[in-house]
Design a protein. Structure first.
Length: 556
């Protein structure tokens, strides 16, 4: 049975499409609201519409756009207090439909020309910032899908109006935007607090048009002042600097000598500034305070205040990064020790798992293997029925045993303890050659040496992952490992002679974990890792390590 045709469905789709197009055509707020409301009324066949946004005090509605009302009515409804149905929409964030508005005619005389209305919230980031009202002179029974459509239009208008307001605000700062971007670029290159202080006191003077100083306060000591020009600050003024760090952090605060006596007044009077903005940042064990000031008592413009607030956020991030680098530098040696302990724990767990598999699963498989051989010997009388099945099972168990041996070897390469990473790699290469999966030519030069266990395990895992990558991605039948032991360095060249692989392509497909793991292990050993994807045929990986502190008889 065919479904009933909804004659309004094309209109609803057209409404959404047309309004979306109208909202995307301009960032001018007045033009945007005009287009959106007119399109909505035109397509959905309403007689009047009103778009209100909350006033600054959030106790009144201010009409942003009115459509379909007589001029004398518009004058009376441009601003009105929030109450009744509109107040409920603002409070709950939910739409209200009134199929019959006659009971409200006395309360709202302008509604006397209409029979039905719908009120939907206008939202920005889930907060109701206004209401959108559609009026009909005919009685309408609002269906659920029509209500949802109008609600979606209200949401679109809210987002678009917010974007337009943000665009207008950004236009006011266009003149200084280039300088701010350049300032941000320079600040992002600073890796320590000294560099940041020097940049701030020299660059912000021209950017904001005021003299700049940066204060550093360590654990309650007297602040250290960074300034482009020497400051002659007496003891009383220096003590008053401490009060700047008592204000809430990460917020812009203001000083004016017209505001009367304050705790920080001695410093600003000594500095010769009549008005200033400042913000302080707190980190573990140290605080900073960024101050801009000028000699006049002129108030700061909105643009200047917005600019300083933007600068403060950039400076906060730069200071955080500098402190982070400082902490990372202090913890580098500790991280190296933790890493070695982690690798040792991982290998110990792998050794335990390998032992469990060997003692249980492998022994079981051996038993199955011998039982199957026995069955083959006893079932000579009916070979045409039983023998093919048993032979297949025998092949499967033999394959499983081989796979389990590889798993055990993968979890804990015992050959490393006996022969070092070089012998373990040779055994790994031999296992792949035996399976005819890959032929690897190993070229070893120099005088081989043994390294600490965690180093040899990392080196073995690098070769293990390289073989996995070659087999899975390069589709090569032959590869080459060149290993050179120098006096204080180890050089490794890994080449495949297949189709190679594209690391960018693998990254998009999420298959770069092997390469990432190889690179991370090399970097943990403080070595270099380079990939040449154009080394036709195939791909070439060059690894170089300083082994002067990695030998088995040396400690970190």
């Amino acid at each position: 049975m065919s479904q009933a045709y909804d004659s309004q469905e094309p209109s609803r789709i057209l409404a959404l499409s047309s309004i979306a197009i109208a909202l995307s055509e301009t960032l001018n707020l007045d033009e945007l609201l005009y287009k959106a409301v007119n399109k909505c009324v035109e397509i959905l066949k309403y007689d009047a519409a009103a778009l209100y946004l909350l006033g600054k005090e959030k106790n009144t509605f201010i009409a942003e756009y009115l459509y379909g009302f007589p001029e004398h009515v518009e004058q009376s409804i441009k601003v009105f207090p929030i109450f009744g149905l509109t107040a409920r929409v603002v409070k709950t964030g939910e739409s209200i439909v009134v199929p019959n508005v006659e009971p409200y005619h006395e309360q709202r005389p302008y509604l006397s020309a209409f029979k039905s209305i719908i009120i939907v919230p206008v939202k920005v980031r889930k907060e109701t910032v206004g209401v959108f009202l559609l009026h009909s002179k005919a009685t309408r029974q609002f269906k659920k899908d029509e209500i949802m459509l109008i609600e979606s239009i209200g949401l679109q208008i809210g987002v678009a109006s917010e974007n337009a307001r943000m665009f207008e605000s950004m236009q006011k700062m266009t003149g200084q935007l280039h300088e701010l971007v350049e300032f941000n670029r320079k600040l992002s290159t600073c890796m320590n607090l000294q560099e940041i202080g020097e940049l701030l006191v020299h660059e912000l003077d021209s950017l904001i048009g005021a003299q700049t100083i940066l204060l550093n306060l360590n654990n309650g000591d007297q602040p250290i002042i960074h300034s482009a020009k020497p400051l002659d600050v007496d003891r009383t003024a220096a003590r008053s600097l401490i009060t700047l760090f008592k204000y809430p952090p990460n917020l812009v605060h203001h000083y004016s000598d017209e505001a009367g006596s304050t705790d920080e007044e001695p410093f600003f009077r000594s500095w010769g500034k009549g008005t200033a903005m400042f913000v302080h940042f707190q980190f573990t064990g140290i605080s900073h305070c960024l101050i801009v000031g000028r000699s006049t008592n002129d108030s700061w413009s909105e643009t200047e205040q917005n600019l300083f607030e933007a600068v403060s956020k950039i400076v906060d991030l730069a200071l955080y990064k500098a402190h982070l680098f400082q902490e990372l530098d202090k913890s580098r040696q500790l991280n190296a020790q933790l890493l070695a302990a982690q690798i040792a724990a991982q290998e110990k767990e792998r050794e335990r798992i390998a032992s469990d598999i060997h003692d249980s699963i492998n022994q079981s498989m051996v038993g199955i293997h011998f039982h199957l051989q026995y069955c083959l010997e006893e079932l000579q009388s009916a070979p045409e029925q039983v023998r093919p099945i048993l032979e297949k099972l025998l092949q499967m168990t033999e394959k499983s045993m081989t796979e389990f041996r590889l798993i055990i070897h993968d979890l804990h390469p015992v050959a490393i303890q006996k022969f070092g990473f070089l012998g373990a790699v040779e055994e790994l290469v031999s296992s792949y050659s035996t399976q005819k999966a890959l032929r690897v030519d190993m070229i070893v030069t120099g005088e081989p040496v043994r390294f600490r266990q965690e180093v040899e395990i990392s080196l073995y895992r690098i070769f293990q992952e390289s073989i996995n990558n070659i087999v899975k991605h390069a589709k090569a039948s032959r590869a080459e490992f060149a290993i050179h032991f120098g006096k204080d360095d180890l050089t490794i060249v890994i080449r495949d002679f297949g189709q190679g692989f594209d690391s960018d392509s693998q990254a998009s497909q999420g298959t770069t974990y092997g390469l990432i793991g190889m690179r991370r292990r090399v970097e943990q050993l403080k070595g270099s890792f380079n990939i040449d994807e154009n080394a036709a045929p195939g791909t070439r990986i060059d690894i170089k390590l300083d082994i002067s502190g990695l030998r088995i008889h040396q400690e970190v």
